[in-house]
Design a protein around this ligand. Structure first.
Ligand code: NAP
Ligand code: G4F
Length: 351
């Protein structure tokens, strides 16, 4: 009998890791995923998608090469999807060394381990539209120059190039997916879209009174995460390794997202939203818009869920969750145990 294809996902507990695990399980893969041994494990997304029992979990940390080697030896993968990172841009200004150590150096730790164990393993690197920074060229393609604007994106730039260097230098099948922002009800609460949808739900149900945001003029190209993970898989099924932009080619501001989100719950956003300088970054990326023509032509990939529908999906799901919570129901979910941001002290409070 033909052996099942096997995939190792680093960061399987995150938004993309969980959706990708589900996608690959549905394709018949044996799915292994690395997770961090925190004092309290973080498996809610896998439970939410009802795949917790089907993913084979391996403890590993990107700062620990031995644990990466172990994960590869246990899983013997055909494909590795390297998604683990310290992925919150705001936090990278607070922990720039951690960003370099985990998000940057984590990539060659993966690639070196693969090269020595089995260089035929196909490798996906989670690159990002943050690489463009404020390159101000309008629509961004695979050819647009990078100009990182955060410790996070500087670390991702290293990850991007080291992936290309292993591809060109050692002939490894290593691809960069340059993914623009993608969101979903499984998005972490630190990120602006989920922060908004969660707050809208709480305000609509009388649990919270206001929403505090930073730069509301920032514009992003926001897509729907479950669709984006398919592109990762498609990249690793091609004859040749390459790099691809994955995006919607549409841009909206944070203010527009907030206005629509409140409107979905029948509320006027201006009554409830305030600017709070704690959420401003030392440098921000003002405008992102990706041209996914190459992905469409070579991978046959295109986005389907519109911006309007994305906002609706996220707000409705958070409304539904908080409604169930008010009825005393319990289910895998992050928001009830998330601390109020008023208690979080950041460097911004000192400057
Ligand atoms: P996410 O939800 O924040 O997930 C990040 C994952 O990395 C989590 O599983 C986390 O584990 C793990 N991780 C963090 N530090 C680690 C370490 N030291 N060792 C091992 N694992 C560690 O991020 P996401 O939205 O799914 O994004 C997935 C990847 O795509 C990230 O690399 C991100 O930078 C990149 N990306 C995301 C987007 C987007 O819009 N979502 C766009 C472009 C690129 P814990 O659960 O233990 O924290
Ligand atoms: O939701 P964000 O934190 O996402 P950001 O910085 O664009 O990064 C995300 O997308 C990248 C792809 O481009 C990924 F590589 C990265 O891992 C991550 O997934 O912020 C979006 C925008 C920023 O301009 C930010 O300044 O929203 C602005 N914003 C305004 N108020 C806020 C807030 N962001 C957050 N997180 N919280 C606020 O209160």
């Amino acid at each position: 009998m033909k052996k099942k294809k096997s995939a190792l996902i680093t960061g399987v507990t995150g938004q993309d890791g969980a959706y990708l695990a589900k996608f690959l399980l549905d394709k018949g893969y044996a799915v292994f995923g690395t997770y961090r041994r925190l004092s309290t494990p973080n498996f809610w997304r896998l439970q939410y998608l009802d795949i917790f029992d089907r993913v084979k979990l391996i403890p590993a940390d990107l700062v620990d090469s031995t644990s990466i080697v172990e994960a590869l030896m246990i899983s013997e993968p055909d494909e590795v999807y390297h998604l683990a990172a310290q992925s919150f841009v705001g936090a990278s200004f607070e922990q720039p060394v951690g960003a370099g150590e985990i998000t940057g150096l984590g990539v060659p730790r993966m690639l070196e381990a693969i090269r020595s164990i089995n260089p035929r393993i196909r490798f996906y690197q989670a690159s990002t539209s943050e690489l463009y920074g404020n390159s101000n060229t309008g629509v961004q393609t695979e050819e647009t120059p990078f100009r990182p604007a955060s410790p996070y994106s500087a670390a991702k730039l290293y990850g991007y190039w080291i992936t290309r260097i292993y591809r060109e230098g050692y002939g490894m099948f290593a691809c960069n997916g340059i993914l623009f922002n993608h969101e979903s009800p499984l998005r972490g609460l630190e990120f602006v879209t989920r922060k908004i949808s969660n707050a809208v739900a709480k305000i609509a149900l009388g649990i919270e009174k206001e929403l505090r945001l930073g730069n509301m003029e920032a514009q992003r190209d926001w897509g729907y995460a479950p669709e984006y993970v398919e592109s990762m898989w498609l990249m690793l099924q091609q004859d040749k390794p390459d790099d691809y932009v994955i995006a919607t080619n549409e841009t909206h501001s944070v203010a527009e997202f907030a206005r629509r989100a409140f409107a979905t719950a029948g509320l006027d956003w201006e009554k409830y939203t305030r600017v709070d300088e704690r959420f401003l970054r030392p440098i921000d990326v003002n405008f992102l818009r990706g041209d996914y023509t190459k992905a469409k032509e070579k991978l046959g990939w295109r986005p389907k869920v519109t911006f309007e529908r994305l906002v609706e999906i996220m707000v409705k799901e958070d409304l539904e969750r908080w409604g169930r919570w008010q009825q005393g129901k319990t289910f895998p979910w992050d928001a009830p145990s998330y601390p109020t941001e008023a208690g979080i002290l950041t460097r911004a409070l000192r400057v």
